[in-house]
Design a protein around this ligand. Structure first.
Ligand code: G3P
Ligand code: MG
Length: 251
């Protein structure tokens, strides 16, 4: 199957360099770049006014000084939030990043992104895909984009918007069940993204032999992870990729 010829790195920073900066922020991406990481995983969803923003939770409580649902905010209200000091005083002025701001930074730093279409409960996958994909594809070349989701509907809509040669799609799984192909084939997926702790070697073999790249989230213990490289895992999504220095397979 034709896919963009992505020079996928072994290590991708989860939500930016989230071990060292507030997750999913511009600072987290700058920190990843400063650490020598070339790709980041980020979550995108919509504010109530339709603005795509880089945010993981349905709620704003954990990662800001506010309370309530992301879906109830407009951009002006989102801008007023402090999205940094929950992580540390050094990040006091951090604001929630819009997708547009984040894409401008990724372009400037020449980084790649695994953009997760985060469809939290009750949210509309169509609105998200229509708001997030065109600016992504406008900002970055296909060799520096990978769009992933747990949501099959979102992935199907993304595939309808762009063919496999112009947009790589990754199917996210918690456990990769025996029916994993049912999620990958209809969207002509490029990759399978799995929780490394629930992964079985036989399943990895099936996925790799079928021609999919296998990405594992969220691994932060390189010694515990080590055997999986031999299984054929392509890349690790980690909160702190630097921990894997000296623990990577050759080539
Ligand atoms: O894309 C890998 C990983 O980010 C999926 O889980 O909850 O961290 O978005 P989550
Ligand atoms: Mg994610």
């Amino acid at each position: 199957m034709p896919h963009p010829d992505i020079p996928l790195p072994r290590l991708i920073a989860h939500r930016g360099l989230s071990a060292h900066a507030p997750e999913n922020t511009l600072s987290a991406v700058r920190a990843a770049h400063a650490a020598g990481v070339t790709w980041v995983e980020l979550d995108v969803q919509l504010l109530g006014d339709g603005t795509p923003v880089i945010w993981h939770d349905a709620n704003i409580r954990r990662c800001s000084d506010g309370r309530g649902r992301l879906a109830d905010l407009d951009l002006a209200a989102a801008r007023r939030l402090d999205a940094g000091s929950w992580f540390g005083d050094a990040f006091l002025d951090e604001r929630m990043a819009t997708l547009g701001e984040m894409l401008a930074l990724l372009d400037e730093l020449e980084m790649g992104v695994n953009l997760e279409l985060k469809v939290n409960r009750g949210r509309d996958p169509l609105a998200l895909v229509e708001a997030a994909l065109p600016p992504l594809m406008e900002a970055l070349p296909p060799t520096r984009c990978l769009v992933s989701s747990f949501n099959d509907t979102a992935l199907g809509l993304a595939r309808a918007l762009a063919g496999p040669e112009t947009l790589a799609l990754g199917v996210l799984f918690e456990a990769v069940g025996r029916d994993w192909r049912r999620h990958c084939e209809p969207v002509q997926a490029y990759s399978v993204h799995a929780d490394w702790k629930r992964l079985k070697q036989a399943r990895v073999r099936e996925v790799v032999e079928a021609g999919y790249r296998l990405l594992c989230y969220t691994a932060n213990d390189p010694a515990a992870f080590a055997p999986r490289w031999q299984w054929g895992v392509a890349a690790v999504i980690s909160d702190d990729p630097a921990r894997f220095a000296g623990h990577l397979p050759d080539a």
